[in-house]
Design a protein around this ligand. Structure first.
Ligand code: C2E
Ligand code: CA
Ligand code: CA
Length: 312
């Protein structure tokens, strides 16, 4: 005998205008259903007018993404990673900005939409190509290069219709096409708690590792899979999430956790970097704990390509 749990979700539209077509009413109820965030705790939502506005907004944005890529409106900003002891640049992270109608649009305004509709893979691979171009330019100009981290969304790895091996192949192909030494690229991915996604993440990281491309676990310490990732995945770096050091009541508990993460990672021969470092005090503290690399406003904000070039 097998026990099964069945549950259902529901979108509600209260009829206000009785002349509205039944299809439109049902569409509104369906749209409301999209806004359910926790199907166990509250399996229904009621339609509100602003839901339709955000939906329309998203649709508009989506059609503009493609245009934006074609017109090269997406630019790469570079935020240095530094050695706390010397201030020297040891790497940099590529961060997307959308220059649209004369405005610099920050990622939080377009990345979540892109992740929801699957467009994000196009952006991520586009950013990788621009990074490869920049690397060749900098080599030609004679700069001493540092590895560049590129963010790859979880959605690219485990999203509907995506295959981690195919993604790895596409990344490897781009790096080859631009004739880039893989040692200059680090792929940043975030942890996952979902078992099926863990497998995809593992396959992806393994493929990267076999191609000589380093990987970094971004926002480390915010998921639950932390320890098994360190043990089982061939990653090269962990990036400790800024939430550990960047809140007002930085507690003894935080200190204990960060300290053990750093020690463990070092014993496993992984690079450790902490992001979101904003004060000297935080930097000193990280040094004491044995984390020598940091990224954050204390050193640099994300810089335009030309500004980063000067920094190099
Ligand atoms: P992330 O990968 O965790 O990137 C670090 C974010 O922290 C960046 O925000 C950076 O500007 C910000 N930051 C750096 N130093 C400090 C600091 O000292 N204090 C504080 N409070 N913040 C700091 P940004 O550039 O707005 O990017 C936000 C997120 O958007 C990124 O978080 C990443 O998840 C995503 N993102 C950005 N570019 C891309 C991309 O090309 N592809 C994908 N998939 N995601 C991207
Ligand atoms: Ca990142
Ligand atoms: Ca991060």
């Amino acid at each position: 005998k097998r026990q099964m749990h069945i549950y259902s979700t529901c979108g509600v539209y209260y009829i206000q205008d009785e002349t509205m077509s039944i299809t439109s009413m049902i569409d509104r109820a369906k749209l409301a259903k999209e806004y359910i965030t926790d199907e166990y705790l509250k399996p229904y939502t009621v339609f509100k007018n602003n839901m339709q506005d955000t939906y329309v907004d998203e649709m508009e944005i989506c059609s503009e993404f493609e245009d934006g890529i074609a017109k090269r409106e997406f630019q790469v900003y570079y935020q240095p990673k530094v050695d706390i002891r010397t201030g020297q640049i040891v790497g940099t992270e590529a961060l997307a900005r959308w220059i649209h109608n004369g405005e610099v649009i920050q990622p939080f305004r377009f990345i979540p939409t892109m992740e929801r509709n699957g467009f994000i893979i196009h952006l991520d691979l586009y950013i990788l190509k621009r990074v490869c171009e920049a690397i060749n330019e900098w080599i030609e100009k004679g700069y001493k290069l540092v590895p560049i981290s590129v963010n790859i969304s979880r959605n690219d790895i485990s999203g509907v219709g995506h295959d981690p091996r195919m993604l790895a192949e596409r990344i490897i192909r781009i790096i080859k096409e631009y004739d880039i030494d893989p040692k200059y690229i680090i792929i940043e991915v975030t942890e996952t708690t979902e078992a099926s996604e863990q497998k995809d993440l593992y396959d992806f990281i393994k493929n990267m590792s076999e191609a000589g491309i380093a990987t970094s676990i971004d926002d480390f310490g915010t998921g639950c899979s932390t320890l098994s990732v360190l043990r089982d995945f061939p990653v090269n770096e962990i990036k400790i999430d800024r939430s550990f050091i960047n809140h007002e009541a930085f507690s003894t508990q935080d200190q204990i956790i960060i300290k053990s993460i750093i020690q463990m990672a070092r014993q496993l021969n992984l690079n450790v970097i902490t992001e979101g470092v904003e004060t000297e005090e935080q930097a000193r503290f990280l040094l004491e704990l044995g984390c020598n690399h940091a990224q954050g406003y204390l050193y640099d904000k994300p810089l335009e390509q030309s500004a980063f070039e000067s920094r190099l």
